[in-house]
Design a binder for this molecule. Structure first.
Ligand code: FAD
Length: 404
């Protein structure tokens, strides 16, 4: 049976950060990373559309969901500068786009490579193709993981988002077995299914829009940015940002011209009708909105066909066109599930862990890091930052020379 000082379960962002920080802290201990996939860092390659938005210049707890004091404590110990320095030491130069930080080479593979190469060069074992279904504790407090034994174990198996990349939720059971509690999980940062009749034909159309999720009485969440119409509903970063708050039956209100108020949009349509009375409806809005939008808009406005000339538009038609552009209401019918989500909301309660060390309060020498915990964040590099930060703390504390 192979023995390790520190064994990390999960070769994703948090697990690899833990391995790096453990090795940097202590060059003598034996460290292994157990990964169910045939290679480590599979998800990292997919992040940020292949560019890996690995942190943000504005890291603060406001952008995270979870136990606030716990999140703050972690972020105090590992903020933006720490993330930049951590990766610079591994060879990553960075660039910033709207506060979002990417490797200067714009390649997610650079992040995966720099972690992998450092760990190989520094004698960390990768035990791939190895699924961990349980962790046993021996009489001396040592851990047994499959046919491996370890003094300390860091569980960094991620959540349930995109199980095709490895994280299938199996890690939750590893910690639940030791008495750790978990909150309900649901997909977050996910595109939403909506009624589709009103947006037929818009598949692939992108608009800079404000989306506002409404329950019966009021706005629940709102965001602005590039929204993508799809054949099932809505996608794009602003939709993903508000997705965490949706419940079936809520309404998504899309404002396709957020820089103009309702009256200004209506005034613009009246002007076009006045200036171009002979234009057919399908051409009248050219230069104002994506051409494809005219078709469902005119239908919603009750205009008999797209060939109807502007001079024949009624006040009611114009008001309804304005409604379509400024407050298109789509009933939300569901989300695209964990298979398409970027993160899981919910997870193992942080209350059971020490935010200084990420060590379990229930089982000595057992640690957790990353998305497995009940913390998630908005888009923008925050979720990976959480993985690095918690991995860093867990790795550093698990290998303190005095403790091994
Ligand atoms: C498509 C996509 C794009 C994203 N883009 C960004 C972005 O640009 N910026 C950002 O901040 N966040 C992004 N995220 C979110 C971010 O990638 C995750 O929050 C982060 O990777 C979580 O790290 P983790 O190490 O906790 O979990 P993971 O990265 O999921 O790693 C967990 C690892 O554990 C392994 N594992 C799981 N169970 C077991 C088991 N039982 N036995 C052995 N191994 C196991 C898995 O195979 C996996 O390799 C994105 C997510 C996705 C899906």
């Amino acid at each position: 049976m192979k023995r390790y000082d520190v064994l990390i379960i999960g070769g994703g962002a948090a697990g690899l950060a833990a391995a790096v920080s453990a090795r940097k802290e202590n060059s003598e201990i034996t460290i292994g990373v157990v990964e169910k996939n045939d290679r480590i860092a599979k998800k990292i390659h997919a992040t940020g559309n292949g560019r890996c938005n690995y942190t943000n210049m504005d890291i603060k707890s406001d952008y995270f969901y979870g136990e606030k004091a716990f999140v703050e404590s972690v972020l105090d110990k590992f903020g933006t500068e720490d993330a930049l320095a951590f990766f610079y030491e591994l060879g990553i130069m960075h660039r910033v786009e709207d506060g979002r930080v990417y490797p200067i080479s714009n390649q997610a593979s650079a992040i995966a490579d720099c972690l992998r190469l450092y760990l190989i060069e520094n004698g960390v074992d990768f035990i791939t193709d190895t699924f961990v279904s349980s962790i046993e504790v021996g009489n001396g407090g040592e851990f047994y993981v499959n046919d491996l034994c370890a003094k300390k174990v860091i569980v960094a198996t991620g959540g349930m988002a995109q199980p095709n990349l490895g994280s299938d939720g199996s890690g939750y059971k590893l910690l639940e077995k030791f008495g750790h509690k978990m909150t309900k999980t649901k997909p977050a940062l996910v595109s939403l299914k909506t009624e589709t009749d009103k947006i037929k034909g818009l598949k692939g159309v992108k608009v800079y829009a404000r989306v506002t999720l409404m329950d019966k009485k009021s706005a629940v969440a709102s965001d602005y940015g590039e929204v993508l119409f799809t054949d099932y509903g809505l996608s794009g970063i602003p939709v993903m940002q508000v997705s965490r708050f949706y419940e079936r039956g809520m309404t998504m209100v899309v404002d396709m011209l957020p820089s103009l108020n309702y009256d200004e949009v209506m005034g613009e349509i009246y002007q076009r009708v006045y200036k171009m009375p002979e234009r057919e409806g399908c051409e009248l809005f050219s230069g104002m909105v994506n051409k494809k939008i005219a078709v469902p808009m005119l239908k919603a406005a009750g205009v008999a066909s797209v060939a109807v000339k502007a001079k024949n538009f009624t006040d009611e038609n114009i008001r309804k066109c304005t409604d379509f552009l400024k407050k298109l209401k789509l009933t939300v019918t569901g989300d695209n599930g964990f298979n398409n989500a970027q993160v899981s909301a919910g997870g193992i309660e942080t209350e059971g862990f020490n935010p200084d060390t990420m060590e379990s309060k229930l089982v000595p020498n057992l640690y957790a890091a990353g998305e497995i915990l009940d913390v998630d964040a908005i888009c923008g590099g925050y979720n990976l930052h959480w993985a690095w930060a918690t991995g860093f703390l867990a790795g550093k504390s698990a290998c303190k020379k005095t403790a091994i």
